[in-house]
Structures are given as structure tokens and as C-alpha cells.
Design a protein around this ligand. Structure first.
Ligand SMILES: [Zn+2]
Length: 466
């Protein structure tokens, strides 16, 4: 497997530090609002990565944190006159709901900041003891970026020489412009945690380093194998995480760094159905989770993603083809089978998650399978092979996991659904009573509604003709 290391800025062969075990950490959401498309993109990319790693036989421990203490959360709680816990519980549930709708598996660990305060305090004490951190007069504790000779090597940011030279000779302030808060002292009644260096709240950057030490780190040159997140986190967040870890412990933070591109949106063109919203919950009102998943994963994870409805609909048409093939295989039992397609698909994804190649292989497989079934609709070998291929696509990419009939019923309103289902029930009754004149008449009524029927041993399935 080869992945692009965004710090080395090149593709590197992936070799875990500890045999078959892989540790993966991804920066998760701050839970003060609904999840937007940027959250979805990051969660999807690393969901895909963990699936591909597992398909290669690795034992993956994947952790994605939840920032449940933050000024924005406190602000929202005040604004709504509710507790912080009410805000975080609401948005953690919403986040889980939206991610599940996109077919994103839960990581193995979802550490929360408020449950990791002790680990953060330990790290601050280490940094204070090593002279990598200092307290200012009001009790805030800062990381001293000038004490880390490797600071800025991760992001490759140009060193701001002026900021470094301009030492502010006052205990009221931090010493250098690039220094960042590890701990913010709290002197009033607002929410805070007790620590040997004073009551306060942790700085955001600290959380990830402390959680990694607590939950994932093992002996070795690096605390973990892969650290992931959105490209916007490389600086300063990941730079600061890396600095804290190397200065507080005897290892570097991660052996490989992976960053996904930005998500932008074409506001005006989106306005018809989605408004200018980036929220997944709004997109889910219009589109199936799986369609969004397919669309958001259809461009390479490192490329910036411009969300627009035209591309989304084109993307859906591509997914429809997979489901049309799945429909032709309906009722067939899946059997374990090794096909050349499966190997090719994994090879494509092993090349830094080359989704374009993977999707091209899927398109090709669909065409070939349909051709075989066009020649002989009862070709059992072709059917079983196609089904095995679809199962592999579902495992690796999370596409094609639904019942094909349900997939094509999406967006049909409740009234139409009830009408169709009532007519089908009547038709089944007529068939059972061997009243074929009535059952045929009901069939014609249903067809006239633009619905097609498929009778199978599992029952009658229907979908709307497009
Ligand atoms: Zn982080």
C-alpha cells in the first residue's frame, strides 16, 4: 500500500511500526453545531482508509476525538440558556446520525476532551518540567515555540523571523507571537477543571496530543502510524500537536500524515433545493445518504471538492447503474468467491486511495456483467461473480449496500407509497384467490402510475420508472 504523506510531500510505501497493527488518529468535530460537508468529507476519507487498511489484513485501531469543551460550546449554551452537556449531547447525537446516514462506520475510539483532562494535565506538567512551557501572570500556560528546534518543519510554514525575534518582555503576555495556549486560567464561576497549575480549561491543540498518548501511543520513534485531518488543520493545529508531543515525550507524533482537501459549494446554483447550507442534515432531506457518500468520495481525497448539484446528479446516475445490476441479481445468495476484479479494485485503492481508478473499474465491471446477462439472463456463474464483486465494492467503498428496490424508491411521497402498497396487497389477494382478471387489472392500474413491479420468491417489489 502506498499513501501520500503530506509532510514528506510524496507517496510513501506504508509500513506500520508494529507488525500488523495500525494506529490511526483523525481530528474530529467540535460539537456546537450540526455537521457540514467538510466534516462529512473528512470522516468519509478516513472511513475509506480504514476499510482499505483492513482489507489489506491490518488490525486497525482508529480514534477520532470529540471536542466537547470549547468557547463556542460555552457561548451556545449561554445563548440557549441550557447546560453545556445539553449542547454537546445534542450535537454528538446529530453527528453520529449524519455520519451513519453516509454509511460511515464508528471509529474504534471516540475520546472526548472532558474525559481526557487528566492526560492533558500530565502533558502540560511534562512541558513545564522540560522548559517547553511557561505560565504568564494571569495563570495561562503557553507552549514556547522557540524552544522546539523542529517547530514549523511539519507544515513547512515560513518562519516569521520578526515574530520570533520580537520577544515581549512582559509577564502579562506570551513571549512569542507563535506561542499557543496549553491552558487558559479561569478566575470566575464559568466551567473549568482543577489542575496543579491552577483552575482552567485546556487549549484545543493539546487535546489531540494528550488523547493520542492516552489511547494510542506505543513505544517507537512515532506515537502512531497515521494522523489524518482536513488540509486546513495542517497549520497551526497539527504543527502544534506535533510540537507538544515531541517536546513532552520521547517520540514524534506520527509516521505518516494524511490531509483531505477543502469542500467548497456553489452557492447560487445550489439555492433551489439546498439553499446555501453546508449542513449534511439538509442535504439528506433531498438525497439518499449513499448518493452523497458516492458523490463526496468520487473525487480524490486530496483534491479540493466543489459541491454542486449537477455533479451530484451525474454521480447518482453512476451509482444507479450499480443498483440496476444488483436488481438483476435479486434473490441470489452471495457466495465467497475470488474474482480478478476484487484484486484490481483493492490494488487501485492501495495506490493512495485512487478512487477514480476504482470507479472506472466498477463501471467496466457493470458493463461486462450486463453484457453477459444480456446474452444469457440465467448465466449462474456470471451472476454469482457479479454479486461477489458487488459485495467487495460494499465492503471496500460502502456503495451498493441497500436493497436495490428501496434504493429506487427514494423520494416517493408517503401518499403514493401507501397507494402503491395497497394496490399490491389487493393484487396479491386476487392472485391468491386465483382471480386473475382482477389481479391483471390491478397490475395495469399500478403500471399506469409509472410504477414497475417485480414478483420474486421474497415478495413483490416495486420502483418508480424514471
Ligand atoms: Zn487534532
Amino acid at each position: 500500500m502506498v499513501i501520500y504523506d503530506s509532510v514528506a510531500k510524496e507517496k510513501r510505501r506504508f509500513v506500520p511500526q508494529h507488525g500488523n497493527d495500525v494506529t490511526l488518529y483523525v481530528c474530529g468535530p467540535t460539537v456546537y453545531d450540526d455537521a457540514h460537508l467538510g466534516h462529512a468529507k473528512s470522516a468519509l476519507v478516513f472511513d475509506l482508509l480504514s476499510r482499505v487498511l483492513r482489507a489489506n489484513g491490518y488490525h486497525v485501531t482508529y480514534a477520532r476525538n470529540i471536542t466537547d469543551i470549547d468557547d463556542k460550546i460555552i457561548h451556545k449554551a449561554k445563548e440557549r440558556h441550557v447546560s453545556i452537556g445539553e449542547i454537546t449531547t445534542t450535537y454528538i447525537e446529530a453527528y453520529h446520525h449524519d455520519m451513519a446516514a453516509l454509511g460511515i462506520a464508528r471509529p474504534n475510539l471516540e475520546p472526548r476532551a472532558t474525559e481526557s483532562i487528566e492526560a492533558m494535565i500530565i502533558m502540560i506538567e511534562q512541558l513545564l518540567a522540560n522548559n517547553h512551557a511557561y505560565a504568564i501572570e494571569n495563570g495561562d500556560i503557553y507552549f514556547d515555540t522557540s524552544s522546539d528546534h523542529r517547530y514549523l518543519t511539519l507544515s513547512g510554514q515560513l518562519q516569521d523571523a520578526d515574530a520570533r525575534r520580537q520577544r515581549v518582555e512582559s509577564s502579562h503576555l506570551k513571549r512569542h507571537q507563535s506561542d499557543f495556549a496549553l491552558w487558559k486560567a479561569v478566575h470566575d464561576e464559568s466551567i473549568a477543571f482543577e489542575a496543579p497549575f491552577g483552575r482552567g480549561r485546556p487549549g484545543w491543540h493539546l487535546e489531540c496530543s494528550a488523547m493520542i498518548e492516552k489511547h494510542l501511543a506505543r513505544d517507537g520513534a512515532y506515537a502512531i502510524d497515521i494522523h489524518g485531518g482536513g488540509a486546513d488543520l495542517l497549520f497551526p493545529h497539527h504543527e502544534n500537536e506535533a510540537a507538544q508531543t515531541r517536546c513532552a515525550t520521547n517520540h514524534e507524533l506520527a509516521a505518516y500524515w494524511m490531509h483531505n482537501g477543502f469542500v467548497t459549494i456553489e452557492g447560487e446554483k445550489m439555492s433551489k433545493s439546498l439553499g446555501n447550507s453546508f449542513f449534511i442534515k439538509d442535504a439528506l432531506k433531498v438525497y439518499q445518504g449513499e448518493v452523497l457518500r458516492f458523490y463526496l468520495l468520487s473525487t480524490h481525497y486530496r483534491a479540493n471538492f466543489n459541491f454542486n448539484e449537477t455533479d451530484l446528479l451525474a454521480s447518482k446516475k453512476r451509482l444507479d447503474k450499480l443498483y440496476r445490476l444488483k436488481k438483476r441479481l435479486f434473490g441470489l445468495k452471495a457466495i465467497a468467491m475470488v474474482t480478478p476484479f476484487q484484486t484490481q479494485l483493492l490494488d487501485a485503492l492501495n495506490d493512495d486511495l485512487n478512487v477514480s481508478k476504482a470507479l472506472a473499474l466498477i463501471d467496466e465491471m457493470i458493463v461486462l456483467s450486463n453484457e453477459k446477462l444480456d446474452i444469457n439472463a440465467k448465466d449462474k456463474v456470471a451472476k454469482k461473480e457479479a454479486l461477489a464483486n458487488i459485495e467487495t465494492i460494499a465492503t471496500l467503498l460502502g456503495f451498493g449496500t441497500n436493497n436495490p428496490f428501496n434504493y429506487f424508491q427514494h423520494g416517493i411521497d408517503t401518499a403514493t407509497r401507501q397507494t402503491v402498497e395497497a394496490l399490491i396487497a389487493q393484487r396479491n389477494d386476487a392472485k391468491r384467490a386465483k382471480d386473475f382478471a382482477t389481479s391483471d387489472a390491478l397490475r395495469d392500474t399500478i403500471l399506469a402510475l409509472g410504477i414497475s413491479l417485480m414478483d420474486t420468491p421474497e415478495g413483490t417489489f416495486w420502483e418508480r420508472n424514471d
